[in-house]
Ligand binder design. Structure first.
Ligand code: MG
Length: 303
């Protein structure tokens, strides 16, 4: 049972519980879902501005087949062009062994694999069943562990699916456990369509902590219905301390045209800092990065 009545900042205020890790997903998740075309040079500038803000984890690009997602066909150029700041982890999506080899040739040292809590979305998004996707990642994660590469696993549609509707908690736990068993370092649980509510977040966070340490859990909320920050608050209450967001709220919602997608990093930082939590991230520096990319896209970004 969660008692939201006594809304003290956190259950225990130890040092580790005051520090929140923010995973900035604007350059990949954000830009992939924007209609405008952004050159590699502008992506590089955007990533460099973000890395100067103190963000320690930045999702930069994806080594998927270039014909599958043309916006990301410049992955090599982007990774070669960015300044690699010490202390910053540059995370790249990798769908299979081939993508992994390309990523390694580009000197990538943190990768993400991705699957879904629902079969229909897995089929539509990555053209594999959940089981097939886990099989495909097995070798990738093994190679990564051998090479000392850090691995994140994304679990989409964990709170609701545009094709299947409500997602059973058991399905989320089953696929998340399977990802954990593969040996990924961190798992990001995604509310890909922005339908999660705080009570559900608590339930999912509690259930997942039965099968993996909370330190390995991250949550990825979308603000489609204005619930993202409330969901972050609920997750914090369950001791989840890693959250994904995109600067300026970059990236719409592909399932609801015109709707907000990713939670804006600025809004997340504003709330966390206001709660007295530390992120190590300079909000003004993130705003500068958002201003830059908003100018490139010629649109007003949120926050
Ligand atoms: Mg997203």
């Amino acid at each position: 049972m969660n008692d939201f009545e006594d809304a003290v900042p956190l259950p225990e205020e130890t040092d580790t519980l005051r520090r929140v890790k923010v995973c900035e997903v604007g350059p990949r998740d954000g830009l992939q879902n924007e209609a405008g075309v952004v050159t590699a040079a502008d992506k590089i500038r955007y990533i460099d501005l973000l890395s100067r803000s103190g963000l320690a984890l930045i999702e930069t690009t994806s080594f998927v087949r270039p014909s599958a997602i043309p916006q990301l066909s410049d992955a090599e150029a982007v990774m070669a062009g960015i300044e690699r700041r010490p202390g910053v982890t540059y995370l790249c999506l990798v769908p299979n062994e081939r993508g992994y080899r390309r990523a390694r040739e580009a000197h990538v040292d943190a990768i993400a694999v991705f699957t879904s809590a629902t079969e229909t979305f897995a089929k539509r998004n990555i053209n594999m069943s959940i089981e097939e996707s886990l099989d495909a990642f097995r070798d990738v994660v093994q190679s990564a562990r051998r090479d000392g590469v850090w691995v994140r696993g994304y679990l989409s549609m964990a709170f609701g699916c545009p094709y299947e509707g409500a997602v059973p908690l058991e399905a989320v736990v089953r696929v998340a456990s399977a990802l954990a068993d593969l040996g990924v370092d961190e798992i990001s649980i995604g509310d890909t369509i922005g339908v999660a509510v705080p009570e559900q977040v608590s339930e999912v966070a509690q259930a997942l902590q039965q099968v993996m340490p909370v330190e390995r859990l991250a949550m990825h909320f979308h603000d489609t219905r204005g619930t993202a920050l409330a969901n972050v608050r609920a997750a914090l209450h369950e001791k989840v301390m890693t959250f994904d967001s995109s600067s300026g709220g970059l990236g719409g919602c592909p399932y609801a045209p015109g709707a907000t997608g990713n939670l804006a990093t600025e809004a997340l930082l504003d709330m966390l800092h206001g709660m007295g939590l530390e992120t190590g991230v300079d909000l003004a520096a993130v705003r500068a990065a958002s201003d830059f990319i908003g100018g490139v896209l010629r649109r007003e970004l949120s926050a």
